[in-house]
Every structure is written in structure tokens, then in C-alpha cells.
Design a protein. Structure first.
Length: 445
């Protein structure tokens, strides 16, 4: 059973407690504001992950995979080295639950009306829940479109109801027995993980003032059990004992890295690296961070790719040969880009479609049909390597794509045929190095 909020006495004057409150305020503000400033958002309609203002769509699976893998490694490393430190110091659920409990304690001391004392926590939870729900919904839907159509507004109110139920009835019960991340942390941490412990060699110095117990939101008695799995590593029990006049000046309770000693160098042990497993996990996080940053930094703001459709190659009676391609354009900039398509490699090679320029909206992954044409007499029958340039008119990086232009076998000198021969009927197969779809590597200039 968890203690009632009115029974808990947080050490509000403690330096450690104030530091925790400051970090909680910063992380909660970041959590709430993230989708509104495109710091982190999952755009369900656009099918993209927005991170730090950059959009990662289906064409960025490699970057998304690296970010996901890095996130998993960070979660594992954090739980292995520092236990539930995130829960006690940064989790918005913990922060907002403590705020609601503060309303309840303040009302029990200052408000005389019993009815108003019961309503006060509800009003505080309602205000926070509406704000938090707006943020949660905006993680998956564009904040500008969140209230239209009406169905999205209904979703916002449904999330609000769920959040207010959590603040009023669950609070830290969610942290102790429901939160998946909390359960995962309890599985990962071991006897060398950071936790709160009473120095076992000084147990007789404890005066049993119970200040450490009353400072705990989850009701952990650190005197009886070290590294309790319910403990959120908030450190309020440490602050409470430091403020107590009856407790020794040297605190009996402190953060400790497990119950087992380690012979590893002191600088490493101070950051929690006390064995080979922790060293490997920390090294993996560093390496994956470097790889993810390098991959994201190497992305082009305008990504282009081309896939030849050899089966659609055709020749006309006029002597013109046409080849079809599928052109993919991904605009990662925050504004619309206008591009023009150029082609070279065969004398007289021209772009028939799209004519003029192509507009690609901000964050859009556009697919366009590309048609190139050349005179039948311009090249011998077979496959000829050509270069297709995508040149933005304004911001953006030009891309040069390599592909092949197929000239069918002539049935009469430069006369062509009304029947469109295909690569198969002309004894042609896709050139070496190209995929069955005709997709070839691209490069930027």
C-alpha cells in the first residue's frame, strides 16, 4: 500500500530535493513542448518521424532504425547503471503526480471547507490533464490540425479523461506496478546498480525518527530493505535525514552503486562503470551515438532516386526512342522546393515529362513519372549509361543520378516500329549492377 499524499512530508528545504525539482521542471517542460516546436513528433498522416525539426520518412529507414537502436541502448544503459533515476528525477508522470499531491497537502492544511478540500485536487488535476492531453495528442497529429475534424477533438478529451484518472487515482501506483519502463528497469538492474541505501555498518546510529520514511511517495522504508524495487531513486529520504537535527552530521543514507565491491579504476566507478558488462554497454552507446549523428548529418536536404522501367521503352515511326523511369524526390527542408530535371549522355537526349519544373512540398516524398527521349540514330541499339540531374531552383542540393537508356533493335534504318519492342523481345537484359527494378545508386553534386 502506498501512503496517502497528506501523510507524506517532502524535504522542501533540502538541496538535493530542490535540484531534483529543477530538473523535473525542465524535463516536463521539454516533454510538453516537444511536439509543438517539432522537437519530437510522430506524423501519422505524413508517415514520418519529426526529430529536431528534421523529417524522417519511409525513405529514411536506415536513420530511423539507428535512432531506435540508440534509444533502446540508452534505456538499457540507464537502467543498468543508474536504476530508476529517470523515474524519480525526469519522468513527467512522477512530476505531475507530485504536483497534484502538493495541491492535496496544501488544501488539507489551509482550506477549512471539507468539500473544497476534496475539489481542489480535482481542479488541479483537470487543468494539468487538459494541457498534457493536448501535448500527447500532438505527438501523433499536427498541432495545427488537432481540433479539426471534430473527431480529433473527441480524441483529445478522451485522453484528458484518461490522464486525469491517472493523476487522481493512480499517481505513484502507476510507477510502482504498471509502468512498462519501471518494470523493465527492475529486470535489468543488478547488485551493482545505483540505488539508495542506509549504511549497514551504522544501523545502530539511526534514531528511528521516520523522517526518511515520511519523505517517500511510494512508502519505501530504506532502513529495512536496501535497493527496494519500488524505490524511484528520488533521494528525498537522503535530503530528509540531512535536514534532521537528531540525525548524525554524516548522512546515514546515500546513493550507492550496489552491494558488491569493484576493483575497477575509481574514475570509472564514479560514473557507474564497475564491470565489463557496463563498460561494453557504455561503449556501445557511444559508438551508436557517433554512427547515428554521422548518418543524420550526411543526409541531403533533397534526396533523389530513379528507377528505370525497361519494359516501357518504345520507338516511334518518326525515329524517336522513349524510355520511362520512376523518379523519387524527398524534400527534407521546411519549405517548398522547385526543381528542374536535366539529362545527358546521348546526343539529343531530352526530358519529355515532367515538362518544366516540379514542385515538392516541405517534407513531401513525391513520386513522378519521368520520360526521356532521343533520336533513333543518336546511338547504337542496346543500353547506354545516362546521367539525370535534379537541380533545385533555390535552396537544396543538386543530385546526379546514374541510369541507362535503352535503344531497341532497329527493324529498318531509323524508321522505328509502331510496335513497341521491350528489352526482353530485343534480347536485352538490365545492365550489371542494377536491381531488377532498374534502380541505380545516386550521388550529389
Amino acid at each position: 500500500m502506498l501512503p496517502e499524499a497528506t501523510w507524506v512530508r517532502p524535504p522542501s528545504r533540502g538541496r538535493l530535493h530542490r535540484s531534483r525539482r529543477a530538473l523535473q521542471a525542465v524535463t516536463s517542460l521539454v516533454f510538453v513542448a516537444a511536439p509543438f516546436v517539432d522537437l519530437l513528433r510522430f506524423d501519422l498522416r505524413g508517415g514520418a518521424l519529426v526529430l529536431g525539426g528534421a523529417s524522417f520518412g519511409l525513405g529514411d529507414l536506415q536513420a530511423v532504425y539507428l535512432l531506435l537502436l540508440l534509444f533502446i541502448l540508452v534505456v538499457f544503459a540507464g537502467a543498468l547503471l543508474y536504476g530508476r533515476i529517470y523515474c524519480g528525477w525526469m519522468c513527467p508522470q512522477t512530476t505531475l503526480s507530485e504536483i497534484v499531491a502538493t495541491f492535496e497537502r496544501w488544501g488539507s492544511r489551509r482550506v477549512k471547507s471539507a468539500r473544497l478540500r476534496r475539489v481542489l485536487p480535482f481542479l488541479g488535476a483537470l487543468g494539468m490533464s487538459a494541457f498534457v492531453a493536448a501535448s500527447l495528442v500532438s505527438y501523433f497529429l499536427d498541432p495545427a490540425e488537432r481540433l479539426s475534424p471534430p473527431g480529433l477533438a473527441i480524441a483529445s478529451w478522451a485522453v484528458t479523461a484518461a490522464v486525469i484518472g491517472g493523476f487522481l487515482f493512480l499517481r505513484h501506483r502507476f510507477c510502482v506496478g504498471i509502468c512498462p519502463y519501471g518494470i523493465l528497469q527492475n529486470i535489468i538492474q543488478d547488485s551493482r546498480t545505483l540505488g539508495v541505501q542506509l549504511d549497514p555498518s551504522r544501523r545502530e546510529e539511526c534514531v528511528d525518527c521516520l523522517l526518511c520514511v515520511r519523505a517517500c511517495f511510494v512508502g519505501v522504508d530504506v532502513r529495512e530493505q536496501a535497493f527496494d524495487p519500488r524505490c524511484l531513486n528520488c533521494g528525498d529520504c537522503i535530503s530528509a535525514t540531512r535536514l534532521a537535527k537528531r540525525c548524525p552530521e554524516d548522512p546515514l543514507i546515500s546513493f550507492r552503486y550496489g552491494t558488491e565491491g569493484s576493483s575497477w579504476p575509481a574514475p570509472l566507478r564514479k560514473v557507474g562503470i564497475s564491470d565489463a558488462r557496463r563498460a561494453v554497454v557504455a561503449a556501445a552507446v557511444l559508438v551508436m551515438t557517433v554512427v547515428a549523428v554521422a548518418t543524420i548529418a550526411g543526409r541531403r536536404d533533397l534526396e533523389a532516386d530513379v528507377a528505370a522501367q525497361y519494359e516501357k521503352a518504345s520507338s516511334e515511326p518518326s525515329g524517336t526512342v522513349r524510355n520511362a523511369y520512376r523518379l523519387s524526390l524527398h524534400n527534407r527542408l521546411g519549405q517548398q522546393i522547385r526543381v528542374r530535371i536535366e539529362a545527358r549522355g546521348i546526343p539529343g537526349l531530352a526530358v519529355d515529362s515532367p515538362a518544366g519544373t516540379v514542385d515538392v512540398a516541405a517534407g513531401e516524398q513525391a513520386i513522378r513519372d519521368l520520360v526521356l527521349s532521343a533520336a533513333c540514330a543518336a546511338a547504337e541499339p542496346g543500353a547506354h549509361e545516362v546521367s539525370i540531374r535534379v537541380v533545385p531552383e533555390g535552396p537544396g542540393t543538386a543530385s546526379e543520378l546514374s541510369s541507362f537508356f535503352f535503344v531497341p533493335t532497329r527493324r529498318s534504318p531509323c524508321a522505328g516500329s509502331s510496335v513497341s519492342p521491350s528489352p526482353r523481345s530485343s534480347g536485352f537484359s538490365p545492365p550489371p549492377g542494377s536491381s531488377p527494378s532498374g534502380r541505380t545508386p545516386s550521388s550529389s553534386t
